[in-house]
Design a protein around this ligand. Structure first.
Ligand SMILES: Cc1cc2nc3c(=O)[nH]c(=O)nc-3n(C[C@H](O)[C@H](O)[C@H](O)COP(=O)(O)OP(=O)(O)OC[C@H]3O[C@@H](n4cnc5c(N)ncnc54)[C@H](O)[C@@H]3O)c2cc1C
Length: 398
């Protein structure tokens, strides 16, 4: 169809939310010749992209695969992820001559700044003829047939509406529950939401001394609900953070423990038994410090295990030490919540959507993409990969 002769308030596609998913969808639809408007209530686009990856945007992960996503229907992500892979995004990044590097585990970051990713998306939007308006709140008034939206500046009409408003994480950055509220009004199922990729809080008074360790990080294998991650943990003033904890937090449920193996790759009982013979005069604290750092070993010996020369350790002592370190089982009192969470778990039930197009099965012309959907990636670039892939998928059909 031709889109040239429409009135200025008429579009083929209106995308609400100018974040990662919304901008990618706009580019794909604009490149197909669709007349696209993107609206955002924030004063600038892509705020989460700008702050991501410590200002360098971990824009994708070379190994992104369905196993890296949490979703009530684990098969849902397969279609979009296979049609827009990390290599498609890397090609775009290279086309715009943005220098990047792999930090670790396939995680790709800009060498310079996240701003380059936003500039790249805006340049692609401009060449695809996409119109973007910021500082504008929108209400979706009519969703059957031709869609009707209201803004303070007047009414807008379109054939397809795409909800790309993200989720509840970091309200200070403009996060809202807009997508969930709209879904509920339209009887679209929304799965319970909670903060993910988030530090945990340790309020138990017995754990208070850990605050002294704030700033120290350790190599661990951290497990929540039978999902384990070999990464660092970081002691904080309020509890624990670091990549292993953030990853585990997405699987952790209130009341459950985290199991933190502080000696990954070492069978601690056997190691201590060996050391008891080889270094009988060495203090336990000294041996623990080799892996745990001096301060952590010191605190463990003050609080949870008795320091003595290795030669004096009984088998029961060794069993007790192992029980405090491999794993160290700790019950968080909660998480830091949406205030600091990188993502929101739960959201628009994928059963309500087509995995190929992201369109609502019961509301033709209405699409949900990105983080608002019940799809949450692991740490390391997977969340942006979902935003790009789901945005691109919808962009082929809107
Ligand atoms: C601190 C931080 C660091 C992160 N780092 C990384 C990283 O390095 N790599 C990675 O893969 N992921 C990272 N993430 C996660 C990633 O940012 C999100 O998964 C991704 O931005 C989701 O894209 P989206 O387009 O769905 O939502 P968003 O990027 O959140 O975009 C939603 C847009 O909708 C707008 N909006 C919201 N409500 C309304 C409304 N009512 N009306 C109009 N507009 C509205 C918002 O202003 C925003 O522009 C990070 C997240 C945070 C918070």
């Amino acid at each position: 169809m031709t889109t040239q002769n429409k009135a200025s308030n008429e579009y083929d596609v209106i995308i609400i939310g100018a974040g990662a998913a919304g901008l990618m969808c706009a580019i794909a639809a604009g490149q197909r010749g669709r007349r696209v408007l993107v609206t955002d209530h924030a004063n600038k686009v892509g705020k989460k992209i700008l702050m991501s990856g410590g200002g360098r945007c971990n824009f994708t992960n070379m190994y992104s695969a369905p196993e890296n996503f949490i979703c009530n229907n684990p098969h849902f992500v397969k279609s979009a992820l296979s049609r827009y892979t990390p290599w498609h995004f890397i090609e775009l990044v290279e086309k715009h001559q943005i220098a990047y590097h792999e930090k670790k585990l396939g995680q790709l970051f800009c060498d310079e700044s996240s701003k380059q990713i936003v500039q790249m998306l805006l340049a692609e939007c401009a060449s695809a003829g996409v119109k973007i308006i910021t500082d504008t709140s929108v209400q979706v008034v009519e969703t059957g047939g031709q869609k009707l939206l209201e803004t303070p500046q007047g009414k807008l009409q379109c054939e397809s509406v795409v909800i790309a408003t993200g989720s509840l994480s970091i309200p200070k950055m403009g996060a809202t529950g807009f997508g969930f509220e709209l879904a509920r009004k339209l009887d679209i199922s929304v799965l319970p939401t909670r903060a993910g990729l988030v530090p945990v809080v340790l309020d138990d008074h017995k754990l208070k001394p850990l605050a002294e360790l704030s700033g120290i990080s350790l190599d661990t294998i951290t497990e929540a609900n039978q999902n384990s991650f070999h990464e660092n943990i970081l002691f904080t003033h309020r509890g624990l953070s670091g990549p292993a904890i953030l990853q585990a937090s997405s699987y952790w449920q209130p009341g459950e423990p985290l199991k933190i193996d502080m000696f990954p790759g070492i069978e601690l009982a056997g190691y201590l038994a060996e050391m008891r013979v080889e270094k009988s005069k060495t203090a336990l604290k000294t041996i623990l410090a080799e892996k745990l750092t001096r301060r952590v070993a010191q605190l463990w010996c003050e609080q949870w295990v008795e320091d003595k020369p290795l030669g004096q350790l009984s088998d029961t002592d060794i069993e007790h030490i192992v029980s405090q370190c491999q794993p160290w089982t700790v019950k968080p009192s909660g998480t830091e919540g949406y205030r600091t969470a990188e993502v929101t778990l739960g959201g628009i039930d994928t059963d309500a959507l087509s995995s190929k197009t992201m369109e609502c099965k019961n509301h033709p012309g209405l699409y949900f993409i990105g983080e608002v959907v019940d799809v949450t990636g692991h740490l390391g670039g997977h969340n942006f990969q979902w935003a790009w892939a789901s945005g691109h998928a919808a962009g082929q059909f809107v």
